[in-house]
Design a protein around this ligand. Sequence first.
Ligand SMILES: Nc1ncnc2c1ncn2[C@@H]1O[C@H](COP(=O)(O)OP(=O)(O)OP(=O)(O)O)[C@@H](O)[C@H]1O
Length: 476
Amino acid sequence: MERYKIIKEVGDGTFGSVWRAINKESGEVVAIKKMKKKYYSWEECINLREVKSLRRMNHPNIVKLKEVIRENDMLFFVFEYMECNLYQLMKSRGKPFSETEVRNWCFQIFQALSHMHQRGYFHRDLKPENLLVTKELIKIADFGLAREISSEPPYTEYVSTRWYRAPEVLLQASVYNSAVVRTSKFNLNYDLRANIKLTVIDEIITIDTLHLLCEADEIYKICSILGTPNQRTWAEGLQLAASIRFQFPQWLCSWDPQRRPTAVEVLQHPFFQPCFYIPPSLRFRSTNGYAATPPSVGAKGAVDQKNARRYSVGPLSNGRPAVNYSYLSANTPARAAGVQRKLELDHQVNMNSCQAPEGNHKLTKAEAMNQPWSRPPPPAAAAAAVRSNGNYFTKDQGPRAPDIAEKLSQLTVGSNRVPSLASDKFVDMKARTHGNTMKRPLPPAGTRAWHAPADPFRHPYEMPGDRAFLPRKLVS
Ligand SMILES: Nc1ncnc2c1ncn2[C@@H]1O[C@H](COP(=O)(O)OP(=O)(O)OP(=O)(O)O)[C@@H](O)[C@H]1O
């Protein structure tokens, strides 16, 4: 840990406290989560849910775990640093988010959920405190309760903070699936104004957290939105309720988890039609410091109002473009280089190989459009013009942007070889250093560490779309 300079505490959760820190060697700002429990073996550490699940994720909207360090029986996770969590942001704003902002948050969250489900995990603790924000970018964090979809029930009945629990979890079902992430606060409710919204998005919109006292109150609240279940809409729910002698309040509508849309289905909804994805390597780094060290918002709940207010006046809020579009130009050396690497790796992964393709390969427009990370905008959105200072673009955000696919088609894929990535990412620092396979300095005695692979695009970024990749574990 002596490689890091600790700056200040930025969060305090049930399992760990989170600190803003700087890597003394690289100058990179990171978030270090120090676990409250002691860990007496490395085995125990690498088998933690948070580690096992996060090492399988590689998505721009899932917080990146960079290192795992055990030192003197204490366990540290080194994450990429994010400015604040969504709860802090909501509290600091004092006014509702615009529909465009809500759409952008949701689009990113569902992309991440879709990826997570494709990788075989469900999160089980989605809530605003676990959604981290830097400018217009949002990422899912805290995989401490994540579970493999393929794992066998019964699952523990106590998952997720009560306000965000799915009805079946509130009713103490021990069998549930990834639908828990699309229920309760993440339940889809149809609403006349926006066609679709999530209750967590309700919260984003209204800045009004539901303070409910017990499971019954929560169920009542959900009933008021979804209506009372009946034999046709959720027979299983009635059975669960009967088994604990709970009586539903009499309202209308639907409950069954199986009737809830998946993340992929949600992304197909017309509400998200104006959104499309821009790969990280193409993102603009604004002159006001997209990648600069952000101000800390302090410990959980203690928001620095002055600093936090800055978040609300970001590009998403004012609806006007604050950038130029030069980042898309293949003539810009730095950007072009970044794009080359990204395309190269995506191509490599698509070919199911650990080696980069030999020789140059120029992407055709059709190929560029078919890259897993590149979903073309719907025609309406493209025609309506987009804005270009974030990852996600919507038609109602500003003037016309260049045709991204057109630009991509002009980029050339380089031929640099990528080191083999077949080896396990978990590294016994001592063993590998002695074997001359590591260039990192030897950590202090008693330290073991795992480092994330240097290249964040090691795995393919899968865009949603293939239902076959979304295992729906229905267990009776
Ligand atoms: N990568 C990060 N960058 C900045 N802040 C972070 C980061 N990770 C976590 N935090 C802050 O620390 C808080 C607690 O982190 P986290 O949820 O991982 O801890 P926990 O002990 O698992 O919490 P919980 O009580 O929700 O289980 C978050 O709500 C967030 O405000």
